[in-house]
Design a binder for this molecule. Structure first.
Ligand SMILES: CC(C)(COP(=O)(O)OP(=O)(O)OC[C@H]1O[C@@H](n2cnc3c(N)ncnc32)[C@H](O)[C@@H]1OP(=O)(O)O)[C@@H](O)C(=O)NCCC(=O)NCCS
Length: 387
């Protein structure tokens, strides 16, 4: 088996593999997929496993930016992992994922995330369950009435030329809200969504919405708002469909402010999907992460990573003034909190030490060290984009 970069000549075979893995693909969807992935080929973001000229499997690394406590860093969003049905169960998927992780490092992506259709494959190469992607369903009428009494927020329809402004807006809002977990696609991917006639996209100074009809109801793909007035304006515009649509299903974070604006809220109707996360380059990822400004801690940790030995060893995690570092401890002390790279990745993504310890992902250390780690890394990480 050989793993190499895919070229445009391979795309028919990859499409065939996708159909066999995920089901039929309409002509339109196949065209959009080609447009989406073609620019990634020369960038080394689509890998294929081959037996001679025959494609066994493929995996893609989307170029995303992800925010951690309001600070952006490049993230490799792994998608389209497929192995031909007749070649499954023989290690192709794992070999592809090992190559994907190495490629993320080459591409300068110190962190990587993915939505797993199955856990063991990804866990075996160091990914661990991290944040949440949730879809909440609310009555359309409940949104119609959250409107901004001031009515001063101006909305305009977004077009292809707005992609750059949109990307900048998303960065401003996630930084200001010190968000953990959400991602932003690059401009060229945004342009693909912005040209879809069935998606309705509106922009404000500090917010935007992308929504569409689905089976007579409304589906909100993205709604990001930097202020109460903008949130009320965008949600109530979506809610203005209440004469026709009974419900709105929206991809929002678990603490989206909209949920605090509803007049009535008792039982949430929510569907959760989890995403997995991996540190590709531990020190680089810690240095690029944002941390709460008031936290100042130093904790030794011992990490094992059988796939990327550069992450293995004893590290001193230092967080101060909103920034962090991981410095290798040359003289082994053996007193740090012990984590596999999966456990360390989950910790970085905000999973509590109490959970990690009782799940067998954290050992050693002390209750004081656990508290220090929680105060630095603890967060309710979320995404509002599925990929
Ligand atoms: C999931 C998929 C990529 C795995 O590829 P593969 O080449 O069969 O995987 P490998 O042989 O390298 O197996 C790696 C590990 O994952 C496990 N695994 C593979 N497929 C699995 C499945 N469907 N359910 C549970 N575990 C699975 C294997 O048992 C193995 O673990 P083990 O060594 O502990 O036994 C392949 O089955 C596939 O293309 N499925 C359809 C599309 C899909 O689900 N893609 C994933 C999208 S996130």
């Amino acid at each position: 088996m050989e793993i190499r970069d895919l070229t445009s000549d391979d795309l028919d075979a990859v499409l065939d593999s996708r159909r066999r893995a995920f089901g039929p693909l309409s002509g339109d969807s196949a065209r959009t997929w080609r447009e989406l992935v073609s620019p990634m080929l020369p960038e080394g973001r689509y890998l294929g496993a081959f037996d001679g000229t025959r494609l066994l499997g493929a995996a893609r690394i989307n170029p995303y930016v992800q925010w951690w406590h309001g600070r952006p860093q490049p993230m490799g969003g792994v998608a389209g992992v497929t192995v031909a049905p007749e070649d499954r169960g023989r290690g192709v998927g794992r070999a592809l994922m090992e190559a994907v992780i190495e490629r993320c490092a080459v591409l300068g992506q110190a962190v990587s995330a993915l939505y797993p259709a199955t856990t063991p494959l990804y866990r075996s190469v160091g990914y661990e369950h991290a944040g949440v992607f949730q879809r909440i369903t609310v009555p359309t009428e409940a949104l119609r009435t959250v409107g901004d009494p001031g009515g001063a927020v101006k909305l305009r329809r977004m077009g292809l030329s707005d992609a750059a402004e949109l990307v900048a807006l998303i960065a401003r809002v996630h930084a200001a809200s010190r968000a953990s977990g959400p991602l932003c696609m690059d401009e060229r991917t945004w342009r693909l969504w912005l040209e879809d006639d069935d998606d309705f996209c509106y922009l404000a100074e500090d917010g935007f919405v992308v929504y569409r009809w689905r089976n007579g109801d409304i589906e909100v793909d993205n709604l990001v708002a930097g202020s109460e007035a903008t949130a009320r304006t965008l949600w109530s515009m979506v809610g203005s469909a209440s004469s026709v649509a009974k419900s709105v299903t929206a991809c929002v974070g678990p603490d989206d402010p909209m949920l605090w604006m509803l007049r009535e809220r008792s039982k949430d109707e929510v569907a959760h999907t989890r995403w997995m996360f991996r540190l590709v380059d531990l020190p680089a990822a810690v240095e690029a992460r944002g941390f709460p400004a008031g936290v100042s801690v130093e904790v030794p940790v011992e990490v094992t990573d059988s796939h990327r030995p550069g992450n293995t060893g004893e590290w001193l995690l230092r967080v101060d003034g909103g920034s962090g570092t991981a410095t290798r401890l040359d003289a082994a002390r053996g007193e740090g909190s012990r984590l596999s790279i999966g456990g360390m990745s989950a910790l970085f993504a905000g999973v509590s030490t109490a959970t990690l310890r009782r799940a067998g992902l954290l050992a050693g250390g002390s209750p004081e060290a656990d508290d220090a780690l929680d105060s630095a890394f603890g967060c309710a990480a979320y995404m509002i984009d599925y990929f």
